[in-house]
Write a protein that binds this ligand. Structure first.
Ligand SMILES: [Fe+2]
Ligand SMILES: [Fe+2]
Length: 405
């Protein structure tokens, strides 16, 4: 079904004999987590499992749509028949409608032991609560659930559920993606659509869980060591995965989790106040073009700026990163400090980086950037710093720096 025009768009789909998807298409949130630009929007996926002795609801939506959530749920089950609410993750994009659901249905909440205290503080509620252990099995009539603790995907309390009878892994944030789609399953996309979709998946990975990328590998390996080999992966954002698309997503997740860069990809990030840095950008572009090397350019200027969320996604799998910046009040340009700090936080360490800095009356930005990047664990191959307008005179130094990447 689709909501009427006054309501956000809601989809309810029956996925298997007993599993249903409740999906809200959020085109309103401009900054996910108050931080990441998402012009492509995002979906919140909740799931409902109906069994012989009642229903289980897995996660909800962002709180502003609590009423719509309950209404959509009523299209599948009477809320009073909801025996369990599984809280995979307390981030409010998934737990937002918890208060209303608990108020109406009074289910037993199943979650990580840490979840109980978070429900109390976030929502002022003390629902009936049963903590689930790592690997614990819970049955409800013919419904058979196995819970796995998957810390840092995306918070320490995050868990996943394996629905044994359906071969379905409810993976919460993991394997999710930004974007609003008409499709339900990723295999409904053609090759070009899938390629675009993988960009949204990488963007979600890099921006939201990039800091914890090592836990991606640990958790995937833990699940496979327990014999969890799902035929369906049902994430809490984006499209659902099965078949070859599921396998491809796992391969990409392992590559990103291991911090493997795309060979030969360099990202140039720059801030330019009056156009002097943009002249350096042309030198860098020309060099990469002459060498036939791949360069992605992301600029923050007086005329426009790229989305930081896209820059993080590009930085995440770049083999090397060049930072070109203006000096500002005898310091690095504040926007560059911010962008570089977020890249440093989200990107696997050890990447080769280079700094080109210019100044009008006194240089310092180069040293500041070098320290920031070294402290973040990057390999700073060099810093070139000179007066604004002198890129011609310093061309050999710039080329020498780029050659060492
Ligand atoms: Fe999250
Ligand atoms: Fe999320």
């Amino acid at each position: 079904m689709s909501g009427d025009t006054a309501m956000p768009e809601v989809d309810v789909y029956r996925l298997t004999r007993s599993l249903h998807l409740l999906r809200l298409k959020d085109r309103e949130t401009r900054f996910f987590e108050g931080l990441w630009e998402i012009p492509e929007g995002v979906t919140y996926n909740s799931y409902v499992l109906t069994g012989s002795e009642g229903a289980v609801v897995f996660d909800t939506w962002k709180g502003k749509w609590s009423g719509v959530f309950l209404e959509a749920l009523r299209g599948i089950v009477d809320p009073r028949d909801v025996k369990y609410l599984v809280v995979h993750h307390m981030e409010p994009d998934h737990s937002g409608a918890l208060r209303q659901l608990v108020g109406e249905a009074d289910p037993i909440v199943l979650g990580h032991p840490l979840t109980k205290g978070m429900i109390e503080s976030f929502y002022g509620l003390t629902p009936r609560f049963k903590p689930v252990g790592d690997g614990e099995r819970v049955t409800l009539g013919d419904v058979d659930l196995v819970f796995h603790h998957t810390p840092w995907l995306h918070w320490p309390e995050t868990i996943m559920t394996y629905v044994a009878g359906e071969g379905a892994l409810l993976s919460c944030d993991a394997f999710g993606a930004f974007g609003v789609f008409n499709e339900v399953w990723a295999d409904e996309l053609g090759e070009a659509g899938w390629e675009r979709y993988m960009w949204y998946m990488k963007k979600y990975f890099a921006n939201v869980i990039g800091t914890y990328h090592e836990w991606v590998v640990k958790n995937i390996e833990k699940l496979s060591s327990r014999g969890v080999a799902p035929s369906l992966i049902l994430p809490s954002h984006g499209l659902l995965l099965r078949g070859s698309r599921l396998q491809h997503a796992i391969e990409k997740y392992l590559a990103w989790g291991r911090g493997l860069p795309e060979q030969g990809k360099t990202l140039l990030v720059y801030t330019s106040m009056y156009g002097f840095v943009e002249r350096i950008v042309e030198v860098v572009r020309d060099y990469f073009a002459s060498k036939g090397r791949r360069l992605v350019v992301a600029g923050f200027t007086d005329g426009g700026r790229v989305d930081l969320s896209d820059v993080i996604s590009e930085a995440y799998d770049a083999e090397s990163i060049v930072f070109a910046t203006a000096t500002y009040e005898a310091d690095v340009h504040p926007l560059m400090r911010h962008v570089a700090s977020v890249i440093a936080r989200k990107t696997p360490g050890g990447r080769k980086t280079a700094v080109i800095a210019i100044y009008g009356w006194g240089g310092r930005a180069g040293r500041v950037m070098e320290e920031l990047l070294r402290n973040a664990g990057f390999n700073v191959v060099g810093v070139v710093e000179f007066k604004a307008g002198e890129e011609g005179r310093n061309r050999d130094k710039i080329i020498g720096l780029l050659e060492s990447l």
